[in-house]
Design a protein around this ligand. Structure first.
Ligand code: AMP
Length: 115
């Protein structure tokens, strides 16, 4: 938990954010500025700043983030149409919030290369 971290505050319920998924380790909620019809963020409750800070002991947690995104994609009915999972990391990766989060984007055709 970091006192300054907006996603830690969300995880603590300080903003009343509605969680579309929650378990002992992970939370998921809709992005406040959605870039696609479905745009969900999957975060760990544990404060880890960037994916390049993950440690060997976080292996199961990191894998669970992907499996949870797949589950939410099924719930959101975009599993078969397809979707994109994104971890932004650091300044060049376009990361704005320093608490790791997996973007689940779907419900429209994605473009490549990304901006
Ligand atoms: P990133 O650029 O990968 O760090 O993405 C951060 C994401 O968090 C952006 O897509 C923001 O729109 C989103 N975001 C920031 N604040 C909130 C919030 N209070 N609730 C939901 N999403 C947020």
């Amino acid at each position: 938990m970091s006192d300054e971290c907006i996603f830690c505050k969300i995880a603590n319920g300080e903003f009343g954010t509605k969680f579309i998924y929650e378990d002992a380790e992970l939370l998921a909620f809709r992005d406040i500025n959605p870039q696609a019809p479905v745009h969900v963020l999957i975060i760990p409750g544990k404060h880890i700043t960037r994916i390049n800070r993950l440690e060997d002991s976080d292996q199961a947690l990191a894998g669970k983030m992907i499996l949870t995104a797949n589950k939410i994609a099924r719930d959101e009915r975009i599993s078969e149409s397809g979707y994109r999972l994104i971890f932004n990391c650091g300044p060049d990766g376009g990361q704005e919030v320093e608490h790791i989060h997996l973007h689940l984007l779907g419900g429209r055709q994605m473009n490549w290369p990304p901006g």
